[in-house]
Design a protein around this ligand. Structure first.
Ligand SMILES: [Zn+2]
Length: 375
């Protein structure tokens, strides 16, 4: 196991960048994680790297050249034609043309490409601006213009890393990543996502070459149920696959306070998965993903960085960190009008343990059986 310190990939482009006043991605996310981590003394310059902006040529390993050109043109012109909107799915309510519509995704993609290089000899990299798992080769999809998790895996491949386990605990199905690797037996993909939620792909089962594992979970998924998913499904499957690298998409939209899902996890559930996957392979890349409550996402992803480093979470945040959280506003959302005090003063949520529902346990058992049969 490597002794290198974990590296954090960030960029100032995420600060103040918004998809527009009515879009869920109007809230700050990565900048909060950087500010909170610095306020806590957790982000020394030696562990921080500025994410480079990927050049179009580097993105063409997976994305179509005409789509990349359209995205760059949209940024310059601030609009798209109707034909471009229909063909590339940009300039829509979900995937609007905003001022950094090419530069911001290209920076997040550049971070994921760099992560593959940084991990060539092993180590741990945290890239909270990554995790745009819905992006498709020739079109935007679900707030994602590019697919940086796919680019990260392809970058690892270029370093000679063959077997990669990709685990996705975002509330939404990893449709873009599945599209890329469904027929690739050297990529194990496990996606846990809310049943019936957009994009409504990823039905229960083990498909492709036996390495595509989808577990839709019901509304109200709690920490107790997620612990069983972690210990009975995710960890054994990833260990059994013997990957050379693990990539975790750690979307923050499966927590109770998120406005876009109906799952009910606390951030403890995410951190426990981050910790459980840390020592399985010599290379570990943790990406962000969804997360639309600015306090939840900032606190959860800062706790991910603490988990990767083994930092102890303070019970009560020091003043400078509390100040970062008090400066956030989300008053245009009903949940943000009167934020509870612990969103300012703590990183850790109260655990949300609950009933272990039979359906959830049954689905886990059926997946384990299918995975054994196809192994
Ligand atoms: Zn999501």
């Amino acid at each position: 196991m490597t002794q290198k310190q974990p590296l954090f990939l960030g960029h100032e482009i995420y600060r103040g960048s918004s998809y527009g006043d009515w879009h869920p991605l109007r809230v700050p996310r990565v900048s909060t994680v950087m500010d909170l981590s610095r306020a806590l003394g957790w982000l020394p310059a030696t562990q921080y790297r500025v994410s480079p902006r990927a050049k179009p040529a580097a993105l063409r390993v997976w994305h179509h050249p005409d789509y990349l050109e359209a995205l760059q043109r949209a940024e310059v012109q601030g609009v798209v034609t109707r034909a471009e909107r229909e063909r590339f799915n940009i300039g829509t309510p979900s995937n609007p043309v905003y001022p950094e519509v090419y530069r911001r995704p290209a920076t997040s993609a550049g971070g994921s490409l760099l992560a593959g290089e940084l991990l060539a000899e092993g180590g741990v990299v945290y890239h909270p601006a990554g995790g745009t798992h819905h992006g498709m080769p020739g079109r935007a999809n679900g707030f994602c213009y590019l697919n940086d998790p796919v680019l990260a895996i392809l970058s690892l491949r270029r370093q000679g890393v063959r077997r990669v386990a990709y685990v996705d605990i975002d509330a939404h199905h990893a449709d873009g990543v599945e599209h890329a690797f469904a027929e690739d037996e050297d990529v194990l993909m496990i996606s846990i996502h809310e049943v019936g939620r957009w994009p409504r792909t990823g039905p229960l089962g083990v498909t492709g070459r036996g390495t595509t594992v989808n577990l839709p979970v019901p509304r109200g998924l709690n920490d107790t149920e997620m612990a069983l998913i972690r210990d009975a499904l995710i960890v054994p499957l990833v260990e059994g696959f013997a990957p050379e690298a693990v990539v975790l998409q750690c979307g923050a939209d499966a927590v109770e306070e998120d406005p876009l899902s109906r799952l009910a996890l606390s951030n403890n559930a995410h951190w426990a998965i981050v910790a459980a996957l840390k020592y399985i392979a010599p290379r570990y890349l943790v990406l962000g993903g969804g997360g639309y409550n600015p306090w939840s996402v900032g606190r959860l992803w800062t706790g991910v960085w603490a988990t990767l480093n083994g930092f102890e979470l303070p019970d009560r945040l020091p003043g400078e960190a509390e100040h970062v959280l008090r400066a956030l506003t989300w008053a245009d959302h009903r949940r943000g009008r009167i934020p509870p005090k612990n969103w300012f003063t703590t990183l850790r949520d109260t655990p949300r343990e609950g009933e272990m529902r039979k359906d959830v346990a049954g689905d886990i058992a059926s997946l384990i059986r299918s995975a054994k049969m196809t192994a």
